[in-house]
Write a protein of this length. Sequence first.
Length: 243
Amino acid sequence: MAKVPEQLRSYLAMLIQRLFTLHSELDSLALIFLLKPYKKLDGRKLSVRERGEKYAYEVSDEDFHKLATYVLNKEALYHAPEVDEMKKSFVRALKMHGYNVKEIKTWGGVKWEVEPNFSPERMEKTREEVKTLLEQLGLHEVQEGLNLAEELYIKGEFAKSLWNARKALEDLFQLISAKMGVDSKEFLSRFVKSKSARELIKKIYWYACKGHEVEISEHEAIFGYHLVLSAIYYLVLLFKSLA
């Protein structure tokens, strides 16, 4: 089972702390997911906030998506628009890390269902491997662009997210070209011998140019991000093999 990223656990902790205000509510949550009661720690009773944070980190990787579903469907005690925004940001973060999140319309409002259908383990491994390779090869600017693309996607700024993903790919072209001593315009033809791979990378680049538009859909942003990430992964592996 994939290890749940630290970022997702921290987001879940924020939501639990915001939505669960009573020890009795956390007692129910602990019973459902077989978490520790946490009556005391180091001789003192934990606060509701402290318990909530511990539960976000204590739940197993296998049950994380189930707890995420449970928390997303927990209603705030009072109407709080900011909580709805927090939930939407958490959903986008889940999608960024490969989880499939369904939004189901009901008479009572919206219900969420989180499933790890998109193989988050493989996606997370790719992201981590790309980050490691970029650091090893001194291509830090590319990772900065990917980080910004992720942050903007989670904030709901989809066009800006895709624009920065495209810029990360473009930065990679320029940085590797400089290291090889070739013109960046000739980068693909000089560096990538496979014609089909060259054509695919060009198409990914042009798709990511949709980020220049004022607005794009969430689906286009996440699709474009993962296409760009795959292209960068391919190119850095190729560059490392030639270095």
